[in-house]
Design a binder for this molecule. Structure first.
Ligand SMILES: [Zn+2]
Length: 221
């Protein structure tokens, strides 16, 4: 049964290649030659949140890092390697931290059950909860409270990315780079920009009293 399922995937792969080549005969030749994505997507591993499909762009246009509950932990070598490569080598112009409502990682962080290693991974979300527990506990509906925590988690991760030395150094060099916070809805497929975009945090801090300079919504076009 397992083998036939994989055969099905291989057949899908061949059909996909045929579709891509019939629409654009040079597609793979071009991709093979160069990877020049303008965007780094930091999203949840959840199978219902496929990065490229959601924003309707082809392979080669989006550099992707996914983990449980879309975290950007300052000590995680995997995330940091992706971030450094994206910022210093690919020179992406936008980094989007993309959470999603109904995230089971966010829910698992605060439901009080023990699961093992993932409890440690999700620790930063519990910290966010504790910091905002007055506001969150005032939301009577549990799933609405979790959705609010999803948004707060994204905002925290945006700050983590923006305060990272790789990003700070890029801004100090004058590199064009913005960090955005989005939330995706599993219910309707729509992305909401949380309007917490940061550019030149720290670099701006020396120049202006407000360290978090919000910018207009940066659309993907
Ligand atoms: Zn999730």
């Amino acid at each position: 049964m397992g083998a036939s399922m994989l055969d099905h995937l291989k057949a899908n792969n061949r059909a996909w290649v045929e579709r891509m080549v019939s629409a654009d005969p040079d597609f793979f030749r071009r991709l093979e030659g160069q990877q020049t994505p303008e965007y780094l997507w930091i999203g949840c591993s959840d199978s219902r949140v496929p990065a490229n499909e959601i924003v309707g762009i082809d392979p080669g246009e989006l550099f992707v890092h996914r983990n449980v509950a879309n975290l950007a932990p300052p000590q995680d070598a995997n995330y940091l390697s992706v971030l450094q490569f994206a910022v210093e080598v690919l020179k992406v112009k936008h980094i989007m931290v993309v959470g999603h409502y109904g995230c089971s990682g966010v829910s698992a962080a605060v439901d009080g059950k023990r699961r093992g290693l993932v409890d440690h991974w999700l620790h930063p979300i519990r910290e966010v909860y504790h910091e905002h527990h007055d506001a969150l506990d005032a939301i009577p509906d549990w799933s609405a409270r979790l959705d609010s925590l999803c948004e707060l988690n994204v905002i925290r991760q945006v700050r983590n990315v923006a305060s990272d030395v790789f990003v700070q150094e890029a801004w100090a060099r004058g590199q064009d780079l913005r960090v955005h916070g989005w939330v995706y809805s599993l219910a309707n497929g729509l992305v909401t920009d949380l309007d917490v975009t940061i550019e030149r945090l720290g670099y701006q801090r020396k120049l202006a009293p407000d360290p978090q300079v919000k910018t207009e919504v940066n659309r993907l076009d």
